[in-house]
Every structure is written in C-alpha cells, then in structure tokens.
Design a protein around this ligand. Structure first.
Ligand SMILES: Cc1cc2nc3c(=O)[nH]c(=O)nc-3n(C[C@H](O)[C@H](O)[C@H](O)COP(=O)(O)OP(=O)(O)OC[C@H]3O[C@@H](n4cnc5c(N)ncnc54)[C@H](O)[C@@H]3O)c2cc1C
Length: 319
C-alpha cells in the first residue's frame, strides 16, 4: 500500500485530526507519506515525521494561503498521478471534505466518508462507517484505485513514534479554474480555553439546564477543570449555545479523558459523538435516563445543586 495523508494546518500548527489519521496510516503499514499544502508551512514538515510519515511533501506557496480546496486538489492530484499513490486519507474538516470530494471528482476515484475505522484484511483495505443514524456499522471497500477515505473527526488519536521524515518540496502548478474562487473574508468566534476537539475535559449541558443563562454554571466548572463546554443538539437548536459546541451525529465527535454530561438524556445521536471518551460522568435527576446505561459514574440529582458544589470542590482542591 502506498498511502498519502493530507495534513491540514491551522494557525501555524498541524491539525490534530489529520495527525491522528497519519498515525493510523503508519500503523496499517506500507509506504506512508504526507502532504502539507499551504503558505509558510515548510517548518511543519519535520513534525509530521514524528507521527509516522516516512516522507513529507511540502507545497509551500502564497497561492495556497487561503484555505480553499481547488488549489489543494491540484497539488494532491499531481502527487497521486506522478508518485503512484494507491490510497489517500483525510481527517474530516470543512476544508478536507471539500478537498477529498474535489480529488475524487478529478481522478474519477471512489471516496468513502465518515469512516470510524480502517483495517487491512487479506491485503484489502476495509473501512467501517456508521449507518442508519449511527445505530449500526457497515463495512465499505473500494472498486478501484486510488482509494480515497475521509475519517470522522476525533476518531484516531495522534501517536508520536519519534520518526524522522524525508522532506521534499513540490512545485505548485495550479489550473486556471482552481484560482477563480477567492477568499473574501475570514472571521472567527472568540472563545476562552481549549476547543472541544482538543479539550481533555468536557463539561456538556443539555435541556436539563432549564434555560440558556444556566450554561454559566458549566462554564465556571469547565474553567476550574481547564476544560471546554459542549452542548446537545436540543439546546443548540433552541439557540441556547453555539452550534460549534454541538456533540453528536450532526455535530462533533469528541474523545476527552473526562466527559461530564449535565442534564443530558443520552439519546443515541448524542452518544455517537462522545462514547469514545475515557470516563463518562452523568448528572441527571431521572434515574432511568438512557445516559446512565453507558456512564462510568452515575449521579442522580439536580444539576443546579451539584454543579456549583463540584466547582467549589475543584477550586478548593486546586488551592
Ligand atoms: C437525525 C438526528 C440527528 C441528531 N443529532 C444530534 C446530535 O448531533 N447531538 C445531539 O445531542 N442530539 C442529536 N439529535 C437529537 C437527539 O435525538 C436528542 O433529542 C437530544 O440529544 C436531546 O438533548 P438533551 O439531552 O439536551 O434533551 P432531553 O432529551 O430533553 O434531556 C434532558 C435531560 O435533562 C434531565 N434533567 C432535567 N432537569 C434536570 C435537572 N435539574 N438536573 C439534572 N437533570 C435534569 C432530564 O431528566 C433529561 O434526561 C439528533 C436527532 C436526530 C433525529
């Protein structure tokens, strides 16, 4: 297998999800290379070696400064054609999903998306993806090569192996049609603390909070624990908290060390986004809430009483 992994950069760092996919590719074996298309990204190449890339292609060009897909498709399509990669892997993000789809169209290749696992069986690459609203898993394959795969965010953890990569700069030659889209404006929401994708601790809230203002209780606890606040779709749809914090089937997939679910019933669509958390603690006043079926620690009670006390205890303990 000759695998190329698309590495995405954000604010001077390689995105964790794409490094996780690189680690998985390295565990699967074969020739593993990575590509970093962007502007001012050459310094990031060495980092990719530590996560299992034997070779890193750097496409460093001001024309790749904006996070637009088509110029990146040009870079990847050139590499696949010239270097004979049979597999191209992506960690899901808004940009990488566009690049993967564009590359599939350009090469006439098959793309399996939303994968939660990859394995080699009798030399064949087999993907696993959830179906029927995440209630079952199905195995998927490819009819031809190159095989393209987009992996659900948060699926694979980056694993440092300490290796060193050979770095090769590649010339950036763009198609005329690839430069027609231009970035008009970029904006980002200001927030304190880690994002839910990166946080080791997540304090998540659902409809049991009763009203949007009560998210302040969770923010205090998350701050004390050095974590991030997440939400269910029910409260995001109600406009109580931003969509960027939604965990679940139609939100983000997270895998923190601790997931503290407050006033969340634990619907299957929520579960699929957080079930990979190392420890799940649930606070719910209903002893029959579905979340207790898969929580490691079940606290039956009123979150409005428990959460402020918990925050106080954490602060005391931290001195
Ligand atoms: C196609 C599809 C996709 C979906 N995608 C997602 C998704 O990505 N993410 C997601 O989260 N959901 C998703 N949903 C919605 C999901 O089915 C649930 O409706 C939703 O997760 C419920 O949110 P909740 O737990 O906040 O609310 P509820 O189900 O209303 O649960 C509130 C809980 O709070 C408890 N509670 C109430 N008061 C207190 C209190 N004072 N103290 C402690 N506990 C209290 C209650 O006992 C209850 O268990 C999706 C649904 C569909 C159909």
């Amino acid at each position: 297998m000759a695998t190329l992994v698309f590495l995405e950069d954000h604010e001077g760092e390689l995105v964790k999800g794409s490094l996780g996919v690189l680690s998985k590719a390295s565990q699967l074996g074969g020739d593993v290379a990575a590509v970093i298309p962007g502007s001012g990204v050459a310094a990031l190449a060495a980092g990719a070696g530590r996560y299992g890339a034997a070779k890193v292609y750097v496409a460093d060009d001001p024309a790749l400064a904006a996070p637009l897909p088509q110029p990146r498709v040009d870079v990847l399509a050139g590499l696949v054609r010239d270097r004979g990669f049979d597999t191209v892997l992506f960690g899901a993000s808004v940009l990488s999903a566009d690049v993967a789809a564009g590359l599939a169209a350009r090469l006439g290749a098959g793309l399996n998306w939303d994968l939660v696992d990859l394995e080699l069986r009798d030399g064949q690459l087999v993907g696993k993806r959830p179906a029927l609203q995440d209630s079952v898993f199905v195995e998927v394959g490819w009819r031809g090569e190159p095989r393209l795969a987009l992996v659900r965010s948060g699926t694979f953890e980056p694993v440092e192996t300490g290796g060193e990569a050979e770095v090769e700069e590649v010339a950036v030659e763009l198609e005329d049609f690839s430069t027609m889209a231009v970035m008009v404006e970029r904006a980002h929401a200001e927030s304190e603390g880690p994002s839910i994708e990166d946080a080791e601790v997540i304090v998540a809230g659902g409809r049991g909070l009763g009203e949007p203002a009560k998210f302040a209780l969770l923010e205090e606890l998350a701050k004390a624990l050095g974590g991030a606040v997440a939400a269910t779709r029910a409260v995001v749809d109600a406009g109580w908290y931003p969509y960027a914090t939604q965990v679940g089937q139609t939100g983000k997939t997270v895998s923190p060390r601790l997931y503290l679910a407050c006033g969340i019933s634990g619907a299957i669509q929520h579960k699929v986004g957080m079930q990979a958390s190392s420890t799940i603690v649930a606070i719910n006043k209903d002893p029959n809430a579905p979340i207790f079926e898969y929580a490691d620690v079940a606290v039956v009670g009123d979150l409005h009483e428990i959460v402020p006390k918990l925050t106080e205890l954490v602060r005391e303990r931290k001195g």
